[in-house]
Design a binder for this molecule. Structure first.
Ligand code: FAD
Ligand code: NAP
Length: 310
């Protein structure tokens, strides 16, 4: 029987693992289906993590975190959790892809979020063949070529800037003429010589052949279409929370969630179910920052230690 099962190994899960093990919990397993680090490892640069003065990649930021946690006894299992249920004896069952089942006295859900699809024609067909959600991963394929970026938030603008250093030109397509991103990032976008703003426009479709993408048809609010001939488009239109692990067989959620499926927690990261906690991007009103996710993880772990000891 585990003291604590942490589901997800991003900044929230890793910080929780550090605080839980260093705080004395003995059997703590962090289930992370991939390499630990979370979604920030896809970011080309991060400059707002306190104490890290240099601009580093997300991968560089997260690289030391797992080793620090393991030193205090956190175990990482590279497994995908499919479901968590609560038993009548107050313990939890953790169901793992492939059929394995574990028991735990407490569970912390830190499964974060994943990029949303925009829903234009051809998006799924060309996903991985010209349509991407990761500039760090795929940007280099378009070195000295023109690409498009869709979205008006921090991710779209920051990744457009990153791509503008690799690609010959970036078309930034956004459905409004105002950006959601922070003003300093918007200013950098406006200064960049090889970024063309295609505003008040959405994407009607993307097209290509079996070799990959060849272009994007944008359409503005007046209905004017434009054929932008690019071999790649990067879609950054927000994130969906990964809440499938708390979905029960009858379709209900194990604990209370809001209309967007985010887990409702209190200031201790406690959910509506005793022994079940949530931290990071998965929780309501998450500021969606690495430092906040890490803080959530630490807060949750401190409270889980009290829960277990009681
Ligand atoms: P995540 O980082 O999403 O980690 C969740 C982990 O859970 C993932 O590793 C996933 O593989 C795992 N997982 C999910 N489901 C399961 C399952 N069923 N079983 C096992 N494992 C599972 N924030 C900043 O502060 N500054 C920035 O500059 C910044 N830039 C960003 C740039 C980009 C491109 C993106 C996408 C995000 C950026 N963010 C930035 C936001 C930041 O990355 C997130 O707020 C933060 O990573 C959230 O941490 P988390 O631990 O809650 O979740
Ligand atoms: P976001 O802030 O939700 O922005 C999504 C953008 O996509 C918006 O501009 C939205 O347009 C647009 N959009 C949504 N659906 C669309 C569709 N179907 N078609 C076309 N456009 C669509 O998402 P994000 O940029 O991924 O950021 C997520 C969170 O992480 C935010 O809280 C952000 O601040 C944070 N983050 C922070 C940093 C940083 O601190 N440096 C970096 C990255 C992310 P509208 O504006 O019209 O709604």
């Amino acid at each position: 029987m585990l003291d604590l099962a942490i589901i997800g190994g991003g900044p929230a899960g890793l910080s929780a693992g550090l605080y839980a093990t260093r705080g004395g919990l003995k059997d703590v397993v962090m289930y992370e289906k991939g390499l630990p680090g979370g979604q920030i490892t896809q970011s080309s640069e991060i400059e707002n993590y306190p104490g890290i003065k240099e601009v580093v990649t997300g991968m560089e930021l997260m690289e030391p975190w797992p080793e620090q946690c393991m030193r205090f006894g956190l175990k990482h299992e590279m497994k995908e959790v499919t479901r968590v249920t609560k038993n009548s004896d107050e313990t939890f069952s953790i169901y793992i892809a492939g059929g394995e089942e574990m028991s735990a006295k407490s569970v912390l859900v830190c499964t974060g979020s994943t990029p949303r699809r925009a829903g234009f024609e051809g998006e799924d067909e060309f996903f991985g063949k010209g349509v991407s959600t990761c500039a760090t991963c795929d940007g280099f394929f378009y070195k000295n070529k023109e690409v498009a970026v869709l979205g008006g938030g921090d991710t779209a603008l920051e990744e457009a800037l990153y791509l503008s250093n690799i690609c010959s030109k970036v078309y930034l397509i956004h459905r409004r003429d105002a950006f959601r991103a922070s003003p300093t990032t918007v200013e950098k976008i406006r200064q960049a010589e090889n970024i063309e703003l295609v505003l008040n426009s959405s994407i009607k479709k993307v097209y290509g052949d079996n070799m990959g993408l060849q272009g994007v048809i944008s359409i503005d609010k007046q209905g004017h279409e434009r054929d932008i001939k690019v071999p790649g488009i990067f879609v950054f239109v927000g994130m969906n929370v990964n809440n499938s692990v708390i979905k029960q067989n009858d379709g209900t959620f194990l604990c209370d969630t809001n209309d967007s499926g985010e887990i409702i927690v209190d200031l201790n990261m406690k959910t509506s179910v005793a022994g079940l906690y949530a931290a990071g991007d998965i929780r309501i009103q998450a500021p969606k920052q690495v430092v906040c996710a890490a803080g959530d993880g630490a807060t949750a772990a401190i409270n889980i230690i009290s829960y277990i000891n009681e």
